[in-house]
Design a protein around this ligand. Structure first.
Ligand SMILES: Cc1ncc(COP(=O)(O)O)c(C=O)c1O
Length: 479
């Protein structure tokens, strides 16, 4: 196979690739594919290891090999009963579109390299802001690789906005800068603090109430104690959907608190922010519009394939203060102000893929109404599961369903043993079965089986099957 192909070869390659895509989606819809198939690293290495290929092989053979390996030995985010973690299913329309996006290979550094992609990204950012009720006119933003990077960018802007000196040029110095996040907050906040030189120990863990929401009294206490100790409280991170149970922190109250205390308010909506589109949960996001920055993840609850997160800034100048850099080899010359726009002034990356392509294609093709309906149905499925658990005599809920995450455990009548150990065994058994897949969370110190409905394929019947699968797994591990 050559690097340059004739149109005929290309058509044939496209047909071969599309056949795999079609058979993959068929295997999901006809139920023949498991959510997960256990394998050991040694077994996989036995199959895939080979010397560095000196000569090429046929495209058909190479693609067939890598497709079979990845299709047989992956956890399938698109499976309708893949409830573990926060896994987006991707879409067939984006799979087809990716062929075109990859062919164009646009490098979205700024207008000069990508005029159309730059304007499309700016438009898509406004669409995303509108979907979650964030002020569309003033808000700037940028697409990044995911929620962790979005949280990093939000904290970077917060750090330079609130530091008593030019922290970007002079480095971290002076009083300790402290950030506040609930004990249910995502670990990417601590990672960001580490990468930004703020120190993970200076991310204070705020207690939560019985609904896993940040306790405002505890927050006020910690901020006060830090001020008394001579530290500099600078940022509070609110969760708009915690990864554990889907709790949404009291955003309006936190916005008021942040204003009173001169703190930056960053909202981590990587999992939950798009639930602002669903009528049943919209009210939970009141106050989000007042945040200084919001992280959201189209590659979670907008169903997009892996690789697209987003950070929105109330004032784009704060992002510039954190990220703007220049060098002669990249200086933009001879262009008007709009055409001189560059994304590298607003985020950590220089070369960037055309992430807005996927969002634009999805929203244009499906329409925002259908997306909002799919999100509402995911929430309804999680609530339905909660009803099933509440009316069973061998399961119990450990946290209320707020968005589309459900935390529960197996508790057979009369069982006197270690429920944490039993449920861990049940989780591993159901994962190994491959029929359904749940992960885990800790709720008020207890081990919980945890699921997250994030797939437009999932139906209420799938929720019933999940319970049956867990019962079967439990029967196989019960002492
Ligand atoms: C609440 C929350 N924040 C941040 C992240 C990190 O997002 P990503 O995996 O896209 O980096 C996640 C991932 O699940 C999350 O649930």
């Amino acid at each position: 196979m050559n690097l340059i192909n004739t149109p005929e070869e290309l058509r044939e390659m496209g047909r071969v690739a599309l056949d795999h895509v079609v058979s993959y989606y068929q295997s999901l819809s006809d139920g023949s594919r498991l959510a997960f198939r256990p394998v050991t690293s040694a077994r996989l290495r036995d199959v895939i290891e080979e010397p560095l290929p000196q000569q090429g092989t046929s495209f058909e053979e190479a693609l067939g090999t890598i497709y079979s390996l990845a299709a047989d030995y992956s956890r399938h985010s698109a499976h309708q009963r893949l409830f573990g973690y926060v896994c987006s299913p991707g879409t067939a329309l984006n799979a087809a579109g990716s062929l075109v996006a990859t062919a164009l290979n646009v490098n979205v550094t700024g207008f000069r390299s990508a005029p159309a992609a730059t304007e499309i990204e700016k438009l898509v950012i406004r669409w995303l802001a509108e979907m979650i009720g964030y002020p569309g006119t003033a808000a700037g933003g940028i697409l990044v690789s995911g929620g962790s990077m979005a949280n990093f960018a939000g904290l970077a802007a917060a750090r330079s906005a609130k530091a008593p000196h030019d922290v970007v040029r002079e480095g971290v110095a002076g009083p300790r800068m402290c950030a506040y996040v609930s004990e249910e907050g995502h670990f990417s906040i601590r990672k960001a603090a580490g990468m930004l030189g703020l120190g993970t120990n200076n991310v204070r863990s705020v207690r939560t109430n019985h609904r896993q929401q940040m306790d405002l009294d505890d927050l006020a206490r910690l901020v006060h104690e830090d001020r008394v100790a001579g530290h500099l409280p600078f940022c509070v991170v609110a969760a708009a959907g915690t990864v554990g149970s889907g709790a949404v922190d009291p955003l309006s109250k936190l916005a008021q608190f942040a204003r009173d205390e001169n703190l930056w308010l960053h909202v981590d909506g990587a999992y939950g922010a798009f639930a602002a589109m669903a009528p049943a949960t919209r009210h939970l996001f009141d106050g989000l519009a007042e945040a200084d920055s919001v992280a959201l993840d189209p590659h979670k609850w907008l169903y997009l394939p892996m690789g697209t997160g987003c950070i929105l800034f109330r004032d784009p100048a704060t992002a510039r203060a954190a990220f703007a850099e220049n060098a002669d080899y990249i200086r933009v010359m001879g262009l008007g102000q709009d055409e001189a726009f560059v994304f590298w002034d607003y985020g950590p990356e220089l070369s960037r893929p055309f992430r807005a392509f996927d969002i634009w294609l999805l929203v244009k093709t499906v329409g925002v109404q259908a997306l909002a309906e799919a999100i509402a149905e995911n929430i309804a499925c999680a609530k339905y599961f909660e009803d099933l658990v509440r009316t069973s005599d061998d399961f119990e809920m450990l946290a209320p369903v707020v968005l589309s995450i459900f935390c529960f455990r197996y508790r057979p009548p009369g069982f006197k043993g270690d429920l944490d150990a039993l449920n861990e065994q049940v989780m591993l058994a159901v994962q190994r079965s491959g029929a359904s897949y749940v992960s885990n969370a800790r709720i008020a110190g207890e081990f919980a089986l945890r699921g997250c409905v994030l797939n437009y394929r999932t139906t209420r019947r799938d929720m019933e099957i999940l319970l049956e699968d867990i019962r079967r797994a439990a029967a196989s591990v019960r002492p």
